[in-house]
Design a protein around this ligand. Structure first.
Ligand code: ATP
Length: 228
């Protein structure tokens, strides 16, 4: 599903963000990406979302060779992904329903498909009662649930999350982790960069640990392994 072979990323400033990474992630896996600040976690995520290109190496995801996609193909490639950020990135002047529906309008789904599917995913993240609220009327955890609903509404093959619990308290982080676990159980591959030791240690999923751009640990049923 996701293959990286001898991938390095050196930014224009000369910063070596990733060095010689080779990794394979199978369909349906739940993978945590951990490591100290500056280790290369976000860069790893950005290579998957094709926000960045590697300096060297090969990346193939869901049958696409990311190095040979032309700019016009990138939006179509991204439609296979669900992307969740630390800061939610909801549209402030749209309701919960409209934020999630917007992701389906972009791919020109019909009104009845949108009604049906949006209600389903909003339900899945536990926000049925708050469908008509605006983002600023919601807590951080609720906003992140909306962002997750939006990310999964088009049934992505991979859900990529960069520090999705970074702004949340421990209980709320755990609720978000449980929702991601449910989504993974339904077959979606999840790749999540995290500084959240308690979430990583409780879920015991595969852990890719980075340090100074190197992949230093690839562990099945792994642990966080650092002091924050
Ligand atoms: N756009 C950029 N231009 C130049 N250097 C960058 C850029 N993005 C990241 N870097 C550098 O690449 C290295 C890896 O950064 P990255 O953001 O991938 O780490 P990270 O593990 O996600 O860190 P954090 O946990 O602090 O978010 C760091 O040295 C960083 O300064």
């Amino acid at each position: 599903m996701i293959y990286m072979g001898n991938v390095s990323k050196i930014y224009e400033t000369g910063a070596v963000a990733l060095s010689n990474i080779s990794v394979e992630i199978k369909s349906g896996e739940f993978v945590f990406v951990v490591g100290p600040s500056g280790a290369g976690k976000s860069t790893f995520i950005k290579l998957i979302t094709r926000e960045e290109l590697p300096t060297n190496g090969q990346i193939a995801i869901g049958g696409h060779n990311l190095l040979s996609l032309n700019p016009a193909q990138v939006p179509y490639y991204r439609r296979q992904l669900g992307i969740v950020f630390q800061d939610y990135r909801l549209l402030p002047n749209k309701t919960v329903f409209e934020n999630v529906a917007f992701a389906m309008e972009v791919i020109e789904a019909t009104r009845s498909e949108i009604m049906h599917r949006v209600i389903h995913v909003v339900d899945l993240v536990g926000l049925r009662q708050k469908m008509n609220r605006y983002p600023q009327e919601l807590s951080g955890g609720e906003q992140q649930r909306v962002a997750i609903a939006r990310a999964i509404v088009n049934d992505p093959v991979v859900l990529v999350a960069d520090e999705p619990t970074g702004n949340l308290d421990p209980d709320t982080s755990w609720e978000i982790a449980r929702i991601l676990e449910d989504i993974n159980r339904s077959g979606t591959t999840i790749i999540m960069a995290s500084h959240d030791k308690s979430v990583v240690d409780k879920l015991r999923r595969r852990v890719l640990a980075f340090e100074k751009g190197r992949l230093v640990r690839d562990q099945v049923r792994g642990v966080y392994g650092y002091e924050n």
